[in-house]
Design a protein around this ligand. Structure first.
Ligand code: ADP
Length: 599
């Protein structure tokens, strides 16, 4: 049974591996892939056949088949590996994409760069000097051993490919950096220095195009060799010496020789794990700032700045863009790449402005939407309320006529039902009156209705009004308001606001609870506190209780208009209303209203 399950899994696995490899093969058509097919899928098939040969005892046959399969796997893996290495060496483009191994790709890119110069020097001097150069470099960097300049005048790195992965990219880079510097030196013995630098620019641009991964590893060569070195060469001999002494003494990892050649090999040894580009830029800026005063003294300030600027502009585009993008330009001293600085700055400013405008637009839009919504809500409520009021008035009138017996005699049940109808009509009328309070209060109209009235009086009246409700729930109320306190405003509206709050305190406090109402002067405002020991309001609710139609308690609560009316009235008077609460312990509502002392 286990054998059968295993063989079933085997079939599924082999078939899927087979399909995947065949798909890859259809794109990359490499021989080693066929060997992989053999090792990954044919062997499991042998297992399956072994089961068919002896269905009763799968493991017996397996004893023979297993070692054979292992041998086949080993052999085909070896052949596949050999094929793989061979196809890497043939340097075909697809292999780059296929492998995606940083170190091999970087190695290839360096090889490309070196071959570019070998191809140029060989017609001038043959291969002998180049071989010599390579040998001297191999001595210094054993990593390069196994590399050779072949009969086709190309540098081949057979040994390197085999040890890739075992050595650091930094080491490979350093070895190649020194090799390329040497080749460049050889080359500039035959062509003008400017041409050699121009060719270096071209070659690095091409290498970067093919493999952007190499950026951090060739950026130092480009920056120091193509931007700074040509300027140093234009300086007077004694000034170069002075620069060399000063730079070499600093611990920057940068060396300048007496001919003005810059050596940045040490930088590769100090390369940080991350943010290599920042590191290169900082080192470059440091060296530039150190050398600049002497360069300026030697060839003139204007001249120095314009030469450095033009060398920057001539850098390979793909390298330049990356360096500019990483903030090189902003760090450059005054007088270098000024135009670029302005462009970059104005671009940044433009972006800032755009972001700012966008924010403003968003705010304006939101305000507009809110205002529109507020207006719509107000109009809607107004229309609904008015439209409902007319039919309600006529219903109420008829109900009254019925009750008074003006429209014929009624039975007892009819009378009872009529009572219920009247109660509900009253409730509806109250609700509509509430709804009519929601639209913002007309401030001008309010001004006319403002008066000064004693706080104690109006609150006393409200408590009196609620007395039935209070005694039904056996609740007690304590009122502590100095008789001298007066509120300034529309007595009717403010009374309604305070009543809504007290009404809620009764509604949301269980029987036997307590309500405390107190007031005191605070500056020119009257601060009223209405405290209950009821159910309380949760933290996330407290923000919303003043919103129209928000009701936290579907069963107990009403339409959720009470507190929004309060807010409307209070704010219409230039006052404030807020609540504090702890769930289970109770709530305190605060009202800050314009007021003063009684006359
Ligand atoms: P309604 O009482 O009609 O639901 P309100 O606008 O008067 O509407 O109140 C909104 C919500 O605020 C209520 O549903 C309730 O959840 C909460 N609330 C108001 N006052 C209190 C209070 N004193 N104690 C606990 N919750 C309250």
């Amino acid at each position: 049974m286990i054998g059968e399950i295993l063989s079933f899994v085997n079939i599924i696995l082999s078939v899927s591996i087979l399909v995947v490899i065949l798909m890859v093969y259809s794109v990359y058509r490499r021989v080693y892939l066929l060997w992989f097919i053999l090792s990954f899928s044919i062997v499991p098939f042998i297992f399956v056949y072994s089961l068919i040969w002896s269905p009763g005892s799968p493991f017996k046959m397996g004893v023979v088949v297993y070692p054979i399969s292992v041998i086949i796997i080993e052999v085909s893996m070896l052949i596949a590996q050999k094929n793989l290495i061979e196809s890497i060496k043939s340097g075909e483009e697809e292999e780059y994409k296929m492998l995606l191994r940083d170190d091999i790709a970087i190695l290839r890119a360096y090889e490309h760069l070196a071959n570019f110069f070998i191809g140029r020097i060989v017609p001038l001097i043959g291969t002998s000097s180049i071989k010599e150069l390579l040998e001297s470099r191999i001595e210094k960097h054993p990593v390069l051993s196994g590399s050779f300049v072949g009969v086709d005048e190309r540098l081949n790195t057979r040994a390197l490919e085999e040890i890739v992965g075992k050595i650091e990219v930094e080491e490979i880079s350093l070895a190649f950096y020194e090799l390329i510097s040497g080749l460049l030196e050889l080359y500039s013995a035959f062509v003008p220095a400017d041409k050699a630098i121009e060719d270096l620019r071209k070659a690095t641009e091409k290498v970067m195009e093919k493999n952007a991964m190499i950026f951090d590893w060739i950026a130092p060569i480009v920056l120091f060799k193509t931007v700074l070195e040509p300027v140093l060469r234009k300086c007077r001999q004694e000034d170069i010496m002075e620069i060399a002494i000063m730079v070499n003494r600093s611990k920057s990892g940068i060396r300048v020789n007496k001919d003005g050649k810059i050596d940045v090999g040490m930088l590769y040894k100090e390369y940080p794990e991350k943010e290599k580009t920042d590191f290169i830029i900082d080192k470059f800026i440091y060296a530039l700032n150190k050398m600049r005063p002497i360069i300026q003294q030697s060839i003139g300030e204007e001249n120095a700045n314009s030469m450095i600027t033009s060398n920057f502009r001539k850098m390979p585009t793909n390298i330049k863009e990356r360096l500019y993008g990483e903030g090189l330009v902003e760090k450059l001293p005054k007088g270098i790449l000024e135009e670029e600085k302005v462009t970059l700055m104005s671009r940044e400013k433009l972006i800032e402005e755009l972001v700012d405008r966008r924010k403003k637009l968003e705010n304006a839009y939101r305000e507009l939407a809110e205002a529109e919504l507020g207006k719509m809500k107000a109009t809607f409520l107004d229309v609904v309320a008015h439209e409902l009021r007319t039919p309600l008035t006529s219903i109420k009138t008829y109900v009254e006529l019925f009750k008074k017996g003006k429209l014929g005699r009624l039975t007892k049940t009819q009378k009872e039902k009529l009572e219920i109808m009247e109660e509900n009509v009253d409730k509806l009328t109250n609700l509509i009156n509430d709804m009519l309070q929601i639209p913002s209060i007309d401030i001008k109209e309010l001004e006319l209705r403002k008066e000064k009235f004693p706080a104690e009086e109006v609150i006393g009246e409200i408590v009196e009004d609620c007395s039935t409700l209070l005694s039904e729930k056996s609740m007690s109320v304590s009122v502590n308001i100095p008789s001298s306190l007066a509120i300034q405003g529309d007595k009717n509206l403010l009374g309604k606001a305070i009543k809504n709050i007290i009404g809620n305190s009764i509604k949301y406090t269980p029987s036997g609870g307590k309500i405390k109402i107190s007031a005191k002067m605070e500056g020119d405002k009257v601060h009223i506190k209405i405290k209950d020991n009821g159910v309380g309001i949760s933290e996330d609710e407290i923000e919303r209780i003043f919103d129209p139609f928000y009701t936290g308690n579907e069963k107990e609560g009403g339409m959720g208009l009470g507190l929004s009316i309060v807010k409307n009235i209070v704010e219409g008077h230039g006052g404030k209303v807020w609540a504090e609460s702890t769930v289970g312990k109770g709530s305190t509502f605060h009202l800050l209203l314009p007021g003063g002392k009684n006359d």
